[in-house]
Design a protein around this ligand. Structure first.
Ligand SMILES: C[S@@+](CC[C@H](N)C(=O)[O-])C[C@H]1O[C@@H](n2cnc3c(N)ncnc32)[C@H](O)[C@@H]1O
Length: 295
């Protein structure tokens, strides 16, 4: 992945909405049919423990399907995936299958989400450089930030999602990538937004990803992420009629705060809300805002 550069940043200007945006549709209860057919809800033990980078590598090294490799850039991202049962592959293939429908149903969801918009407005106002939308899906959050004058890029593990994002918003940079191993140099990203994209990580992988996010954030950089609130792991194998293999990890705010603080970030705000009926899956949500301390 190319690094953000001044030329590329300068090219970006807020744009009006593209004519080929998908039509709006009711995105609510997307899991309803799958819950009937899938294995349902798995309990996840509560965890408030802090995961340290060393623990993460030890845990990963103990799994046969991970191969530790050297990395000169980041101590917590030194691995690659080499197994046919790679869990990230199932995530990326699943989102590839639903990417077109996801874009059609979700691209305008922010219209019905005032709290999300307010949080994103704050990020757009406060960031003074590149904002990275991690797990950007079809790119509507990146686009929203871009329309508010921010310099934005989007990264997603699903090539299908990235294709949708590029189709729907020309002129923004969207790239395939894994949020656990970012291609940015240390301290080069002013803000990271991760709306419901850390939810496919178990608590150990979550710690790994947050360490990586902390690495790329500039001093005083901002982190904003959205989560489903709770303790369960919800397995979904059918989404809008497409076969998928996805685990949705619910978290409690304290778990996220612990992981962020373990990575050296300071939590500045936690916002909890009930679901917006008719707009989204009816789960309780929370958002965590954090900052990387300055010098
Ligand atoms: C529930 S969707 C959220 C998409 C978008 N942020 C939104 O709010 O609608 C989760 C997204 O995260 C992406 N994703 C999951 N794991 C990822 C990873 N390890 N690296 C990058 N993207 C990932 C998926 O491909 C998917 O597009």
């Amino acid at each position: 992945m190319r690094r953000p550069c001044a030329t590329w940043c300068a090219r970006q200007r807020p744009k009006t909405r593209a004519r080929d945006d998908p039509s709006r549709s009711d995105a609510s209860k997307i899991w309803r049919t799958t819950e009937k057919r899938g294995p349902g809800v798995k309990p996840r033990p509560r965890t408030n423990s802090v995961v340290k980078p060393g623990d993460l590598l030890a845990r990963i090294a103990s799994l046969d399907h991970y191969r530790i490799t050297n990395s000169r850039r980041c101590r917590t991202r030194a691995f690659s995936l080499s197994s046919p049962v790679d869990p990230r592959k199932s995530v990326s293939e699943s989102y590839d299958r639903v990417a077109t429908d996801y874009a059609a149903r979700m691209f305008h969801e922010l219209d019905g989400k005032p709290i999300d918009r307010a949080l994103l407005d704050d990020v757009a106002t406060q960031a003074n450089g590149l904002i990275c939308d991690l797990g950007c899906g079809p790119g509507h959050i990146a686009r929203y930030l871009h329309e508010r004058g921010a310099v934005v890029c989007g990264i997603d593990i699903s090539p299908g999602m990235i294709a949708q994002a590029r189709r729907l918003t020309a002129g923004l940079r969207f790239e395939v990538g894994d949020l656990r191993a970012l291609s940015f140099a240390d301290e080069t990203v002013s803000a990271v937004v991760a709306m419901y994209s850390l939810i496919h990580l178990d608590p150990v992988e979550l710690g790994l990803a947050i360490n990586e996010i902390a690495r790329v954030l500039t001093r005083n950089g901002i982190f904003l992420a959205g989560f489903h609130s709770g303790h369960e792991v919800r397995h979904v194998d059918d989404l809008w009629g497409h076969r998928v293999e996805l685990d949705f990890h619910f978290f409690e705010p304290g778990e996220i705060t612990n992981a962020l603080e373990a990575a050296g970030l300071k939590v500045t705000r936690v916002v909890e809300r009930e679901p917006y009926a008719g707009v989204e899956v009816e789960t309780r949500r929370f958002y965590t805002v954090a900052a990387k301390p300055g010098h």
